[in-house]
Design a protein around this ligand. Structure first.
Ligand code: 16G
Length: 246
């Protein structure tokens, strides 16, 4: 049977206070992502703690993903604040980043004109031999890689905007301003996905193995599907947020 202890425990223990202090310093970026912490002895002096107490605090912060130890090198900060992405609104990557005061960017990884094939044709409500543009971009926020997005849309309808978009223009802006397409709604799913080594490397960290795998089908004001996209977002940098009502 599970044992529970519901009695209030009073003042936090010394190691818990220390842990909270370090946690705060990391979250406030006094020790930013990737930085090596001062040595154990320095930290004990600075925080007026014994080695045992400090080790317990650090070990819990390791378990919680704030710190990691490298044998012979030291203890490093692995905590990074995640970007919170609201889910209720249909927005573009560029708008999302600008709203956060960050600079959006893209690197084109692939652009091909191919027959839609059964799978994509079904999504876009076209025939399998109709031509689509397959467009893969690495999306950047303040020059940091965040996601790999692979979009499919009709060649006939959208080919004229590709020059602008490959030169860095926002896809949604080009669709709206140059083609008069009003995007009205999207169907989107989010699940965990695996990253291949080349994808992890593109995303700036070969140690990444998992991502948020997002599929989005966007429709215009006439209810026609315009873009189908499969995106791999960095699970270590993103969290999704939704407000629920009853
Ligand atoms: C978002 C959309 C993506 C769209 C892109 C347009 C998701 C999962 N995907 O990233 O479907 O292609 O915005 O961005 O949200 P842009 O207008 O900045 O090119």
């Amino acid at each position: 049977m599970m044992e529970t202890n519901m009695k209030p425990t009073g003042k936090p223990l010394k190691y818990q206070q220390l842990k909270q202090q370090l946690q705060r310093q990391i979250e406030e970026k006094q020790y930013p992502y990737g930085q090596c912490l001062p040595t154990e002895r320095e930290l004990c002096d600075m925080l007026d703690a014994s080695r045992m107490t400090l080790r317990k605090a650090i070990s819990e912060l390791e378990d919680e993903g704030y710190l990691y130890r490298v044998q012979g090198k030291g203890t490093f900060v692995s905590y990074q604040e995640k970007l919170e992405q609201p889910l209720a609104k249909l927005t573009s990557f560029s708008d999302d980043m600008r709203l956060r005061g960050m600079k959006p960017g893209s690197r084109i990884l692939l652009m091909e004109v191919i027959p839609a094939g059964e799978r994509i044709a079904k999504k876009l409500n076209i025939t399998a031999d109709e031509q689509v543009i397959m467009f893969r971009r690495l999306r950047l926020a303040d020059d940091e890689p965040m996601a790999i997005e692979t979009s499919y849309f009709s060649y006939d309808r959208c080919h004229s905007i590709m020059e602008g978009v490959t030169n860095g223009m926002s896809l949604y802006t080009a669709m709206r301003d140059e083609l008069g397409i009003v995007l009205r709604r999207a169907e989107q799913s989010i699940e965990t996905g695996l990253l291949q080594l080349w994808e992890a490397s593109m995303l700036g960290n070969e140690a990444l193995t998992n991502c948020m795998f997002i599929k989005r089908l966007t429709f215009d004001e006439n209810g026609d599907p315009i873009e189908y996209v499969e995106s791999k977002y960095r699970a270590d940098r993103y969290k999704f947020f939704v407000e629920l009502y009853c």
